[in-house]
Write a protein that binds this ligand. Sequence first.
Ligand SMILES: [Fe+2]
Length: 202
Amino acid sequence: MFEYEESELRQWFLGFPRGDQLWREAVDGAVIAREIARRAGEDEALARLAFLARDVGKVFWPDWLFERRVDDRALLYGHVTVGVRTLEGMPAFAAMPRLLRVVQQHHERWDGRGYPFGLAGPEADRLAHVVAVADAVAAMTRGRPWAPPVSLERAAEVVAAEAGRQFHPDAGAWVRDLVRGPGPIQRAAGRGETLRRLPSQL
Ligand SMILES: [Fe+2]
């Protein structure tokens, strides 16, 4: 499902200098998004596609923002709205209102302290909450410029601790047995660590 949309998106990402890296990370995270959507009783295929599409706005970021040498909140937060506008301009996505809504809301938080609108609780689409949890698990297990990668177990603990605050109240249940899920999850979650180790092994 959504093979055409996914291939259009991939082509689009690969047209930018950072696109290859962003696409590979998105594909890893999409495995996790799909599993969490299944546990949440949400549309798995749409969860995967929304996850792949969520950060299209980041291709326009300068290197210094990727590396967080400077925090520019306008650019950082702007990737959401820029991403939605970009997708609206793509024929494959222009007529997918729920996907556009999920991309628009993927940084909203259950407690209303997210961005760009500060939507609280069920004001944001439940699938956006699913994508937000998957995004957090993928980012934590991959590691970030300011934080080393953590295990899938640890990432699930962090999500559970933030259920009802940063994340949907059911988020703890969504990730509880993630670690016992199929191999693709373990590989997707562990890939950041593998890549991170490589330079020192060379
Ligand atoms: Fe994002």
